[in-house]
Write a protein that binds this ligand. Structure first.
Ligand code: TXA
Ligand code: MG
Length: 325
């Protein structure tokens, strides 16, 4: 089996109809979202959800984000506190996932939430939201990559990784944000940041009017079961905060900052020559894959500012560099 690829920009109606038809049959479909490409399935259909876990090789204890068309649809499945509601109104559609108590009468299947009494909900932009509206069901959708690998920001990335296991990939060009959604959980008078992502923590703090707390170490992996230390891993080892390039390394840098010995790098990728963190986020996963594809023995990454979206970029880089299981 090799996936059919339908291009959304050139064939919008066809892409929509084929995606909805496959999803209604219980098949997973890879489709573009503003953050990364998702591997989507009907969140109420256990057979469809099982196919997601199998296709990705994902552990079943790791719950999936459920994507909704709008806040009204989200309210069918989850209970909103006032702060979560304000965050939803401000940042949806967009790269924010809220962890909320699951309603006992929700039709979301427990396989999607890994049996938890909470659900991660996000309202995506554009094509994905049109698909949800036409299907009339929430979509469970993790990133469309083999578990533990770098997330896909193009249909080509998906095809290279999962093309043989899928029937349909919708191509919506490069994902504009390039990093997964920020995941938060409002907890009394604070907001827990379970995963930094496409909305920076300072923007969330400003809207919530509550302090952001970052769970550390073991607490973090319990609160968001998918946050395993080693993740987003390319084949070649990743070396962080590199101040010089070693033999046979490719270099990833930021803001045209020169790195000692970069003339001997196998290849040099600048995440954003003009020093823009949003541009750097959009380029990150693609450049990790390209650096890996050079055949370099290692990937050296120069330091990247840790403010704003830099927090999410550095989170993904530290997982890419973490010791592999
Ligand atoms: O931008 C994104 O969020 C992308 C696109 C496709 O929407 N999706 C994505 O899904 O990144 P995934 O499966 O790669 O990451 C989902 C994360 C995991 O770390 C999982 O543990 C966490 O969300 N999660 C989901 N439901 C949860 C819940 N009820 N409680 C805590 N964490 C949850
Ligand atoms: Mg993922």
């Amino acid at each position: 089996m090799t996936a059919r690829i339908i291009h959304h920009r050139t064939d919008a109606q066809h892409a929509l109809n084929e995606a909805v038809a496959a999803l209604a049959e219980g098949l997973p479909v890879a489709l573009p979202t503003e953050t990364v490409y998702g591997l989507a399935a009907d969140a109420t259909n256990p057979a469809a959800i099982t196919r997601i876990y199998e296709t990705k090789g994902r552990p079943r204890f790791n719950p999936l984000i459920c994507h909704m068309a709008d806040i009204a649809m989200a309210e069918w499945h989850a209970v909103f506190d006032p702060v979560s509601r304000r965050l939803a109104e401000q940042f949806w559609p967009g790269p924010l996932t809220l962890i909320l108590p699951l309603r006992t009468d929700s039709a979301i299947h427990p396989l999607a939430t890994a049996g938890l009494d909470t659900v991660g909900i996000r309202v995506p932009e554009g094509f994905a939201s049109t698909v949800i509206r036409q299907l009339g069901k929430p979509l469970a959708a993790p990133s469309a990559n083999t578990s533990g690998k770098v997330s896909p920001t193009s249909a080509k990335h998906v095809a290279e990784d999962l093309g043989e296991k899928l029937t349909l990939i919708i191509d919506g060009d490069a994902a504009p944000v390039g990093l997964e959604s920020t995941i938060v959980r409002v907890d009394g008078d604070l907001v827990r940041l379970l995963r930094p992502g496409g909305v920076s923590a300072d923007r969330i703090e400003a809207v919530a009017g509550l302090p952001i707390v970052r769970p550390q170490g073991a607490a973090a992996s319990i609160e968001a079961p998918g946050m395993l230390a080693s993740h987003y891993a390319p084949g070649a080892p990743v070396r962080l905060n590199a101040t010089e390039v070693q033999a046979d390394e490719a270099l990833i840098r930021f803001g045209e900052r020169h790195v000692e010995g970069e003339e001997r790098a196998i290849a040099v990728f600048d995440l954003s020559p003009r020093g823009d963190l949003a541009e750097a986020a959009a380029n990150l996963f693609g450049y990790l894959k390209q650096a890996d594809a050079t055949g370099a023995h290692g990937i050296a990454v120069a330091s990247i500012p840790d403010k704003g979206l830099g927090e999410a970029i550095n989170d993904r880089l530290s997982r890419a560099a973490a010791p592999r299981p």
